[in-house]
Design a protein around this ligand. Structure first.
Ligand SMILES: NS(=O)(=O)N[C@@H](CCC(=O)O)C(=O)O
Ligand SMILES: [Zn+2]
Length: 326
């Protein structure tokens, strides 16, 4: 479990229990589905948040929030729990939240890598673990970096490693990590009538306080599959979200080249306007690096409230942000 001083953080069991309590408290807004299992057999869940009695779901654009791809980035699970609490408690009270839950479907996958998260805290002292806990054939090194395992330009461009011991090991093939296949299959299941219902997404990470958008595999702003309008819409909404939380907005390759990332696949393969948020602390790491004190949780999860609302409000047409309909 977490060290005693950090007992406010939720381990897997406590996070799942908190979510079940939210489901019980807000039955008309929330439902849970198990979308698959981690390598070690833990449930990977998706929580659906919408006013079920409003117009049929078919008419509502969908937005996906994913959390905890990287084991040591525990603040991102707290971010998921905050969103569930905020949506549940503010529906019918806050006009923007109410309007969004009446007109959007929100999917929250609160823990993509539960095995890694549990391993990181299993001894009561943080291990600094990043990857999943899947063994690698012929190697004593465990773990695939799930954020290099998505099936878009996998291993194309020096943005990942082929060495099993590397922190950015891309796996034996695209979607070789069970956790990635589970979430990718879920996203593919949201193609209805040939159209992907999910329009926008945020994958939460720590740290450095950044709002990132694709592509990560190339330094170029535009490329096949990313027109100037696409890029300008990504940047316009990205900059607006960053202005609200004080993070730095940039294309993810401005940080470093990554290949096989979730955002490149969500946009490149599914045309989902997908962002990565790197949460607190800033790039200096002052404030605790991957392990900020529990005292900052409430402030740092609430810091993204406005950005989340802005993405929801833009999700029906991201090009509106650049004065286009497309
Ligand atoms: N959270 S993190 O691992 O330090 N940074 C992310 C950045 C993701 C990205 O650039 O798309 C990663 O390298 O997967
Ligand atoms: Zn990360």
């Amino acid at each position: 479990d977490f060290p005693p001083a950090d007992s406010k953080y939720h381990n897997y069991a406590r996070a799942m229990a908190e979510i079940d309590a939210d489901l019980a408290a807000y039955p008309s807004l929330m439902s849970k589905q198990v979308i698959g299992k981690s390598y070690e057999g833990r449930d990977i869940i998706a929580v659906k948040v919408t006013n079920g009695s409003a117009t049929t779901d078919a008419a509502k654009p969908e937005v996906l929030f994913t959390h905890h791809q990287h084991a040591r980035e525990h603040l991102t699970v707290e971010m998921a729990l905050y969103l569930l609490k905020e949506f549940g408690s503010q529906y019918g009270k806050d006009a923007r939240v109410t309007k969004m839950l009446d007109s959007r479907v929100v999917w929250i996958v609160p823990d993509v890598n539960p095995d890694g998260g549990e391993y990181d805290i299993a001894t009561g002292t943080y291990r600094g673990w990043r990857k999943n806990r899947q063994p690698n054939a012929g190697s004593n090194s465990r773990g695939t970096d799930t954020n290099r395992n998505w099936d878009y330009k996998w291993g194309c461009c020096g943005g990942s490693s082929g060495s099993t011991g590397s922190e950015t090991y891309r796996g034996s093939g695209p979607e070789s990590a069970p956790e990635v296949k589970v979430v990718a299959d879920f996203v593919r299941s949201r193609v209805v009538g040939g159209k992907q219902q999910i329009k926008a997404a945020i994958d939460f990470h720590t740290y450095s306080e950044l709002v990132l958008w694709p592509f990560g595999w190339t330094y170029d702003d535009t490329a096949p599959g990313m027109t100037q309008d696409d890029r300008d819409a990504f940047a316009a909404v990205g900059k607006s979200m960053a202005a609200s939380n004080g993070y730095t907005p940039e294309q993810s390759s401005d940080l470093y080249i990554t290949d096989g990332s979730i955002d490149d696949w969500l946009w490149g393969n599914q045309k989902v306007f997908a962002y990565t948020f790197e949460m607190y602390p800033d790039a200096s790491g002052a404030g605790g690096g991957f392990y900020p004190p529990a005292s900052v949780i409430d402030r740092e999860v609430a810091r993204n409230r406005e950005a989340v609302l802005q993405l929801l409000e833009n999700a029906d047409c991201m090009y509106r942000s650049i004065g286009k309909e497309q």
